[in-house]
Write a protein that binds this ligand. Sequence first.
Ligand SMILES: [Ca+2]
Ligand SMILES: [Ca+2]
Length: 367
Amino acid sequence: MTRSKFIAVALIVVSTAAGIGFALMTRQQEAPRAADEFEATVPNDASAPGPAPDGMAWIPGGEFSMGAADPLGKDANVVGMQATEDSRPIHRVSVDGFWMDKTEVTNRQFAEFVKATGYVTVAERTPTAEEFPGAPPENLVAGSVVFTPPDHAVPLDTHFRWWAYVQGANWQHPLGMESDLVGREDYPVLHVAYEDAQAFAQWAGKRLPTEAEWEFAARGGLSGTLYPWGDEFLVDENFMANTHQGHFPNEDTHADAHGGVAAVAQFAPNGYGLHDVAGNVWEWTSDWYRPDYYGELAAAGGVARNPRGPESSFDPSEPGVAKHVHRGGSFLCTEQYCSRYMVGTRGKGDSMTGTNHLGFRLVQDVP
Ligand SMILES: [Ca+2]
Ligand SMILES: [Ca+2]
């Protein structure tokens, strides 16, 4: 998702491909899950160094197998390869202990920050002709990228069919100028670009997690499971995360009881006390994105200690757009399109672009 593309090309994108049906590919491919590539998580034995800061949980750190393999019994064309291609090879990593927010940062918390600092987010700033040379002048309006589902099935060939750049959309107006935060104080803050999350972190005396810290924490002490809670998506027929059910993107049946984004902590926490590490909103990490980074670490051999990501970003699908890693998937993730609520899988996004399914949570080092 790249805000600049919307600004450069078209303000509002509306699908015109009515009537083009879309069929899920159903060829079943028994992709090996390669569970044996995962070795046991070995947490550090250091107990929490003191009382937890407000709203945070102690993550002991330790050594673990990082990455994702194709899930057994799933259609590799739909879910497996797409979701796990850049999250291989599975490689051994260790991270030191840290505190982590139990939930995604909320509107209530972000409002305190803005009140204290007067901070203006990227989405609230009017784009200039200098920043976007060649963009039609009428496109130079403040706004953000909003999920705008069509009312009919569409081909899943381009996300422009269900994302639109909406004038006036920002963290205070998540769906556009007419929307507000009344009753949404405990929902995750949305429409935050990377630098917005960084500014909040600096104010809060915290920092964004590295990708490795995020995955270690999200795994909750388990080793190599598909999800933060185990290997079955439903547990006793209960949903464990806010994801998307129904035909994507035009129908959300909210079988998990939440259509769209939900207030934080509506589902049980993982083994480390963290809520919504799968689903609800994607979360920024501090690592630049490169699809070959895991390969580099694996080739170096041994255990990667506190890896902080590659030196720079490169996404072959959008060269020239600097991206950071996103983790955890969102309320829009579905095995029909994006199954990245699987705990070892990766996402990525233009560092200057927030959307209404992207937020963040922070970590704090031991003093
Ligand atoms: Ca849902
Ligand atoms: Ca999340």
